[in-house]
Design a protein around this ligand. Structure first.
Ligand code: HEC
Length: 512
């Protein structure tokens, strides 16, 4: 009898233990391990020094699912082999393939709450003076033409090469941050340039002494920067967090953080990344910043002349808004709606949607191209998923031309001083063909440039005489005669060059 009770008791205890044990393993799945440690602890010990304790980025980029848009193989390769030319070390001899996959799953998992935030206080706390401005020279210390400097992003090495567009001499390299991406130049003072890295650091750069003087981190993943015509304000659009930040251009102090959580065309509230940011000339239309909310499909016009920077919203502009640019008279803004395959046209003064121009697959205008020919103003875009440039008449918004390029591309440029338009095809099977076509209808191609390995981002010198082209994989910038298309010179000692921005853009009216 007694034994029976004991047995029953033991059996019951066994069942309870079983239930508890099963419950445990069902509830909180045991954290995968790397080198004998839970992956989060391994990351904290080994990776967080460069990627941040909450994966928000520091020397290395933020490792958050929201910005890890490449396939697993890409990240596997980076973790295994490191990123040559950067400080990202190879881990292949330290961790197994399976552990690399565990690390990828970890950086793709949702971070702890708060990790995606970057508040006004965070921005203020990050502001740093690099060189006191009272120690700067009062005139340029280099021989370059201030109105014709070419600033070239050296993508993988966190720096900017500066080349004199008159002589094609490399002047120096300016330290910057992760994928120095956006540039803007002070329309009121030739000495100031601003650069924004994809990791959210904004630099104020002195173009007299070619060095950064201040920096501030405005977000964890940032996309675009623009400056008001009066030289007073900067605006930066972030991907993470969903904000746009207005800064005092002189001190880089943050003045306002606008949340870009907004309703998409389907009526859902979404944290919307900010794609293009641009500025409108007060002399032409008004003292405005324009920003595109990528997922929300909204365009915002911000009046920088009024206290507290009031916002006017146009909803339902499209899906996945991306780059955009102004008509030269600033009356129209053209923004790519990438999954709709159209360029939306906004009337800037009335702030309303006036047209949707059907383009090819995934329009991607970059900084945009606009030109005048015999009294007609044309605008054009290339496409990130199709090998053609689409040209429209800016007065009627009708498509008037389609030019075949070598493949999908990202950038197209024109200059008022030059007869041709230049378009890249950086996603083509042979990603090194630049198509050059006439400004006059029917926009016949006049030639193709096929030098290099992977070439992109044509940029004119100020006088329109030369075109600079980056060869990303060839570590070279090539200079072409803009009329004969002949190769003039090659500039090496640049590492992974991508975007090229001429200081003459401070005078441009397509938005700075
Ligand atoms: C010494 C600094 C440093 C350490 C330590 C480090 N990283 Fe990195 N990591 C970087 C930098 C810098 C980059 C950006 C390289 C570039 O420019 O593409 C990077 C890039 C990456 C990327 C690619 C991100 C992207 O968007 O392209 C991944 C993934 C990554 N690191 C994972 C790790 C992991 C996992 C560890 C720890 C095992 C680690 N890193 C440790 C500096 C570091």
């Amino acid at each position: 009898m007694r034994n029976k009770k004991l047995l029953l008791g033991l059996a019951l205890a066994g069942i309870i233990i079983l239930i508890v044990a099963t419950g445990c393993s069902l509830g909180g799945e045991k954290e995968a391990e790397v080198q004998g440690k839970p992956v989060s602890a391994y990351f904290m010990d080994t990776c967080s020094g460069c990627h941040g304790a909450t994966r928000q980025g520091s020397v290395g980029p933020a490792l958050l699912p929201q910005r890890l848009t490449q396939p697993d193989e890409y990240y596997f390769n980076v973790i295994q082999n490191g990123k040559p030319g950067t400080v990202m070390p190879p881990w292949g001899s330290v961790v197994t393939d399976e552990e690399i996959n565990t690390l990828i799953a970890f950086v793709r998992s949702e971070p702890e709450s708060g990790a995606l935030e970057w508040t006004m206080d965070d921005i203020k706390g990050s502001l740093e003076e690099i060189t006191p401005e009272n120690e700067l020279p009062s005139a340029p210390t280099h021989s370059g033409n201030m109105d014709n400097l070419m600033l070239v992003t050296e993508r993988e090495v966190q720096s900017i090469a500066v080349i004199d567009g008159d002589t094609h001499q490399l002047l120096t390299h300016i330290p910057a941050s992760y994928r120095a991406h956006g540039y803007t130049f002070d329309p009121t003072n030739e000495r100031w340039a601003y650069n924004m890295g994809r990791d959210g650091w904004v630099f104020k750069i002195d173009l007299y002494s070619l060095q950064p003087v201040r920096k501030v981190r405005v977000g964890l993943d940032s996309r675009g920067i623009a400056m008001s015509d009066n030289g007073q304000y900067l605006i930066v659009g972030n991907y993470i967090p969903a904000t746009a930040v207005i800064l005092d251009a002189d001190t880089l102090e943050p003045l306002k953080v606008l949340s870009t959580r907004a309703e998409n065309p389907e009526g859902e509230m979404v944290d919307s990344r900010v794609a293009i940011v641009s500025d409108v000339s007060p002399d032409l239309v008004g003292p405005y910043f324009i920003i595109a909310l990528k997922e929300a499909g909204q365009m915002w016009r911000i009046d920088w002349s009024k206290p507290d920077f009031p916002v006017d919203v146009v909803e339902n502009v499209g899906h996945i808004l991306h780059d955009g640019f102004l008509s030269p008279d600033n009356t129209r803004f053209y923004v790519a709606s990438q999954t709709d395959n159209w360029m939306s046209v906004l009337d800037v003064a009335d702030w309303k949607l006036v047209e949707q121009i059907k383009t090819g697959d995934t329009p991607h205008p970059g900084s945009g191209a606009a030109w005048e020919w015999e009294g007609v103003t044309y605008g054009a875009t290339v496409h990130a998923a199709e090998g053609k440039a689409t040209v429209w008449d800016m007065a009627t918004n009708e498509i008037v031309g389609s030019v075949d390029t070598a493949g999908a591309g990202l950038f197209i440029r024109a200059s008022e001083h030059s007869p041709y338009v230049w378009a890249d095809a950086v996603f083509a099977e042979e990603p090194h063909v630049i198509t050059v076509f006439e400004k006059a209808p029917p926009f016949d191609a006049v030639g193709e440039i096929k030098d290099g390995i992977r070439t992109l981002h044509p940029e004119f010198t100020a006088d329109g005489a030369f075109v600079y082209i980056s060869d990303w994989d060839g570590n070279m910038v090539r200079v072409y005669d803009a009329e004969t298309l002949e190769l003039v010179t090659e500039i090496d000692s640049v590492t992974t060059p991508t975007g090229i921005f001429n200081t003459d853009r401070r005078h441009e009216t397509l938005g700075h």
